[in-house]
Design a protein around this ligand. Structure first.
Ligand code: FAD
Length: 465
């Protein structure tokens, strides 16, 4: 046993460190694109243990790859295969410290799953609005570190907007901000938490957080609409926003191939009579969620009144967010269906909505010019200008297709990493996509926080670039 492992064993419970036969779940990413060989996996149970661990890793210069639920889609939470990196997995830190109903906030450990926090909030008639298809597994620390988006950003914002306070262990082992501050207003100097949010574990290890809660709506209305043209999707979005204003909480789009992909992989999700209509060919499917806080509304009548041209296929109401499960299950299963299908070239892009119609109109032909047999699966949070634009094509065309898509996105000042982050997957792309000043500013921040580069050294930056 090496010295570093001996020292770590001194500060951890015996079952909190795995050295031999490390289970795959800690070494492989969700998409199975990255397979690592860590020196050990460590699962602390409190912030002091993490602080001590970081000090030991500084002493024996040893990188730490922080891991939550390991649902990253860009290989951000996987060690490299040098067998020199420690995976720090926070899943055992899942205490709900307190829920403050008058202040509408909850203070939780970073290893709590998103689902756990949603459920505790709901037990108190409050809403933690972040919602992702991975919510059963992903953790609050992971959500914060990726500034996760999901299906309710339209109304509630990204995770950044939902966070009031963060406790973290910094690269020298010091504990930053251990008081359970739960303030909506706090302008006492620099807001360091904003740097830690979205830093993908490269600037510190988030150990706890205070999150904003909202009043729980009385009801949710889910609507499934189909329209023939993409322009109709955007028109519908504008009209619904004007009509429902802040009650509109989700506006998701899916093309017909996304639906077909789910149907092939999970036919049981379509065993409902009313879904027969999805057998007809519609180019674009839209899933909308509208919250009802006060008096009841006749949602179908209102939709028909405000957008006569479209067919409102089905509406559903429920008492919990995204629990109109027949409809939401189809949307949430697209990534799972794509995983089953395999072989996708994935793009997580965002654009100013004014450029979206042009992107949708021009991109397919550009892709067919590269591979005439390509198939394009498009879905995403169109209300936020964020699309998952995934192409099934022959492997040899991957680089050409990616270049074609990213070139267009960059020309419109869009983002090549809208919500899943950079991880190990897009380090080169990041360097090519932002200007040198921006990149250097990020490097300087990394150097101040982590001068010895021990926190997630392969994520966001690549030492070889
Ligand atoms: C089916 C599926 C659907 C998804 N849909 C969405 C979606 O709609 N929107 C979206 O934004 N994402 C989505 N994701 C991506 C992923 O679920 C999110 O990025 C999630 O926030 C990651 O949480 P995690 O706990 O799994 O983090 P991990 O995957 O374990 O880690 C992600 C990153 O955060 C860092 N990290 C984790 N915990 C901490 C911590 N405590 N302190 C510091 N750094 C930490 C890791 O080092 C890594 O860089 C989806 C993933 C899947 C598998």
């Amino acid at each position: 046993m090496t010295n570093i492992l001996n020292e770590i064993q001194h500060i951890m419970h015996t079952d909190a460190i795995i050295i031999d036969n490390i289970p795959k779940q800690y070494c492989e990413d969700w998409r199975k694109n990255f397979i690592g060989k860590p020196l050990a996996v460590v699962q602390p149970s409190n912030v002091q243990q993490i602080s001590q661990l970081v000090k030991i890793c500084q002493k024996y210069p040893t990188p730490i790859v922080t891991q939550g639920g390991n649902t990253s889609l860009c290989g951000a939470s996987i060690a490299d295969n040098s067998q020199t990196q420690i995976v720090l997995n926070l899943q055992k830190m899942h205490k709900i410290h307190s829920i403050n109903t008058i202040n509408r906030s909850i203070y939780v450990e970073a290893g709590c799953t998103l689902k756990q926090v949603q459920q505790v909030a709901m037990q108190h008639d409050l809403l933690y609005p972040l919602s992702l298809p991975s919510e059963q597994y992903c953790t609050i620390g992971g959500n914060l570190s990726t500034n996760a988006g999901g299906v309710s950003v339209l109304k509630y914002g990204n995770t950044r907007q939902l966070c009031l306070n963060i406790e973290a262990v910094l690269a020298d082992g010091s504990i930053y901000n251990s008081q359970q501050k739960q303030l909506y207003k706090n302008n006492m100097g620099y807001d360091i938490k904003q740097l830690l949010i979205g830093a993908e574990g490269t600037l510190g290890i988030i150990t706890a957080a205070c999150l904003r809660l909202y009043p729980l709506p009385k009801k949710y209305h889910a609507l499934w609409l189909c329209v023939p043209e993409f322009d109709d999707v955007l028109t519908l979005f504008e009209i619904l926003q004007l009509h429902f204003a802040h009650a509109l909480s989700s506006f998701e789009v899916m093309n017909d191939l996304s639906i077909l992909c789910v149907k092939n992989a999970f036919p049981e999700l379509f065993n409902y009579d009313f879904l027969h209509i999805l057998k007809n060919t519609h180019t674009w499917h839209i899933l909308v969620e509208i919250e009802q806080h006060g008096v009841s509304i006749d949602i179908e009548a209102e939709i028909k009144a405000c957008f006569k041209k479209n067919t409102c296929i089905f509406t559903y109401e429920s008492y919990q967010p995204q629990q109109n499960s027949v409809l939401w299950n189809i949307r949430h299963h697209i990534p799972h269906a794509q995983k089953k299908q395999g072989g996708n070239i994935k793009h997580d892009i965002s654009l100013d909505l004014q450029y979206m119609a042009d992107f949708i109109a021009t991109m397919p032909q550009n892709i067919y010019n590269i591979d005439a047999n390509a198939k394009i699966i498009v879905f995403g949070h169109i209300g936020d200008g964020n699309l998952h634009y995934n192409v099934i094509a022959s492997k040899e065309y991957t680089a050409y297709i990616q270049t074609c898509i990213y070139k267009h996105v960059k020309s419109k000042h869009g983002s090549i990493a809208a919500e899943h982050g950079i991880g190990q997957l897009k380090t080169k792309l990041l360097c090519e996509s932002i200007n040198a000043n921006e990149y250097q500013a990020m490097q300087k921040i990394k150097h101040i926080f982590d001068p010895n580069n021990i926190l997630n050294p392969n994520t966001i930056f690549n030492a070889l670039l």
